[in-house]
Design a protein around this ligand. Structure first.
Ligand code: FMN
Length: 188
């Protein structure tokens, strides 16, 4: 038993695989699956997505400066994969996957109604990194599905069947192991 040293590469796992929706100036919407996404600031709330310039969605994000991050759950995982292997140049992904465009409050880009949470984003910075260009964006609105609100008004997002992506495969959330700060909490 030993350790192997590999050449540099991306080994950060798991990550979310989100469905990023965009709408162009003619009102045509598209969805691109993005795994290179992350939360980068709490206040103001900011996120990033990294997109290859060759993607059909790239120019739309670049021109409009807007996109919506739609969280993927188990019901959406097949559509999520589909939106990551076919291009909006060739097909209408909303139509093919029978997804419903959801008008947003702050941006012209539509969200995906079937997603448990839609995060409206406005680009504030663009950074060419190499293969991918990172769009740094401010979160300007959030829509959540009240199917996942409990009686006490808490958003039970962990009950919505969220999906993660690890080493090329999709998984559902596993068993709960603890909660924030539990390691230093006194046992009662
Ligand atoms: C799970 C998964 C994750 C992906 N992550 C990214 C990503 O982070 N950035 C990217 O540019 N493409 C990513 N892709 C590839 C694009 O989603 C794919 O090329 C898509 O067909 C582009 O759509 P478009 O041409 O309609 O914009 C991913 C694909 C899959 C299946």
């Amino acid at each position: 038993m030993g350790k192997q040293n590999w050449k540099p590469g991306n080994m950060l796992n798991p990550v979310p695989a989100v469905m990023v929706s965009v709408t162009d100036e003619n009102g045509r919407s598209n969805i691109i699956t993005v795994a290179w996404t992350g939360t980068i600031c709490t206040n103001p709330p900011m996120v990033s997505i990294s997109v290859r310039p060759s993607r059909y969605s790239y120019d739309i994000i670049d021109r409009t400066g807007e996109f919506v991050i739609n969280l993927t759950n188990q019901e959406l995982v097949k559509a999520c994969d589909y939106c990551g292997v076919v291009s909006g140049r060739d097909v209408d992904k909303f139509k093919e996957m029978k997804l419903t465009p959801l008008p947003m409050q702050q941006v012209k880009a539509v969200g995906i109604a079937e997603s448990p949470a839609n995060i409206e984003c406005r680009v504030v910075e663009k950074k060419a990194l190499g293969s991918h260009t990172m769009f740094i964006a401010e979160v300007v609105g959030v829509t959540i599905d009240d199917r996942y609100m409990n009686e006490t008004g808490k958003f039970e997002i962990n009950e919505s069947g969220l999906v993660m992506y690890s080493h090329g495969e999709y998984f559902s959330l596993g068993e709960k192991l603890g909660k924030f700060g539990y390691s230093i909490k006194k046992k009662s």
